[in-house]
Write a protein that binds this ligand. Structure first.
Ligand SMILES: [Zn+2]
Length: 381
């Protein structure tokens, strides 16, 4: 693969502990990062691009999305904005539409949304099943997701299908459904929440998935305090996602574990919840990631920049903390060491902002600032 030299970098965020953040820098990459350093000592390359003082950083790692779906929930959103409370049950509407859609329709919608994310600087994306909720429909969702997404998660335990018995459904999830879906996915997840799955059911799902060799993720503590965080930490999950309502014990458990607290602020705003206690988590020493939670019900955005803006303006993160949360810590939440940073050897996921520094992501809220994107060294925009 031919090499590209990027010069004229006003501010280079590497997320490399040795290199840190560099001014007046240059970067050489093929499909991997080959060299990082001061512009004055940059080696030659096949192609040279001058970014004229713009900021360069690793592409976003969006570690939590639900993109295999059909249909639309505008009416539910409108009702919520008019004052109706959010509840887990709205998922059933998307399940109905997803089951009726063809493979081609699901794949086209998934590709549309991933394309939208990449155009805004996302270069690694996780997505989940969870709108099928039958063996056949969950396998289909996993297969379609695996064609497009970097990481795929089995979320058969998203909701008990309407009319089904909860314990019987859990038996299916940990039995035949897990057996059928496991070959297509790396991760398993459970919605541990009032109105979805309780602590015992969630534990059964996670233990069965772990026995199958899958990595664990948990949806927890979205609508109130609950057992999700404790269970995730106890079982060594890579990540527990939402973390909107945390007890002191939850914060302490996360701070003393390798489980990443993945915060989904666009979802909390769209469901009119409080924002998660990001400052408390970081101050206690927990690893915090930011993700979009893009899905048609509770968070219909692919914009990681929006999550960063919110984290800085409303959750009191520094811009550096927010950028780290959306890159390096997102990679940690997926157990990926090859993305989320620009150290030599990393995948060449390069995001150029139309701004001199990452500060502009919060300083200029809502303004599209993505100037150029490479994923594994291939120009995306
Ligand atoms: Zn989710």
């Amino acid at each position: 693969m031919s090499s590209t030299l990027v010069t004229g970098i006003g501010e280079l965020t590497t997320n490399d502990p040795e290199l840190g953040r560099l001014a007046d820098a240059a970067l050489v990459f093929t499909d991997r990062v080959e060299w990082v350093g001061p512009a004055s000592s940059a080696p030659a390359a096949d192609t040279r691009i001058d970014v004229e003082g713009r900021a360069v950083l690793p592409g976003w790692v969006d570690s939590h999305t639900h993109l295999v779906f059909a249909g639309d929930r505008t009416a539910e959103f409108e009702a919520r904005m008019a004052g109706q409370a959010y509840a887990a049950g709205g998922i059933a509407v998307t399940v109905g539409a997803t089951r009726e859609a063809s493979d081609d329709e699901l794949a086209a919608n998934l590709r549309r949304l991933v394309g939208e994310a990449v155009a805004q600087g996302t270069t690694t994306i996780e997505t989940k099943t969870g709108y099928g909720l039958t063996v056949e429909d969950e396998v289909r969702s996993a297969r379609i997701a695996a064609d497009v997404a970097d990481e795929v998660t089995f979320l058969g335990a998203h909701l008990v299908p309407p009319g089904a018995d909860a314990d019987e459904y859990v038996s299916l999830v940990v039995g035949g459904m897990l057996d059928a879906v496991a070959p297509h996915v790396r991760w398993a997840d459970v919605f541990c929440e009032r109105g979805a799955f309780d602590a015992d059911q969630s534990r059964a799902v996670l233990e069965a998935a772990r026995a199958k060799g899958l990595g664990l993720r948990v949806h927890g503590n979205q609508l109130g305090e609950g057992p999700g965080v404790g269970l995730a930490v106890e079982l060594g999950a890579a990540s527990v996602d939402h973390c909107t309502y945390l007890s002191a014990a939850d914060v302490d458990a996360l701070a003393h574990s390798s489980t990443v607290a993945t915060l989904l602020p666009a979802c909390d705003l769209s469901t009119r919840q409080s924002l998660p206690p990001a400052r408390r988590l970081l101050d206690a020493g927990a690893t915090v990631a930011l993700a979009s939670n893009c899905n048609p019900g509770s968070s219909y955005t692919t914009s990681m920049a929006y999550c960063i803006t919110t984290a800085v303006l409303q959750m009191h993160l520094t811009i550096e903390e927010a950028v780290t949360a959306a890159t390096l810590s997102g990679a940690k939440a997926l157990h990926r060491t090859d993305v989320g940073h620009l150290s030599p050897g990393a995948r060449a996921d390069v995001h150029v902002l139309d701004a001199p520094s990452t500060t502009h992501l919060a300083y200029r809220p809502g303004v599209p600032l993505t100037h150029a994107v490479w994923r594994a060294g291939v120009r995306q925009r």
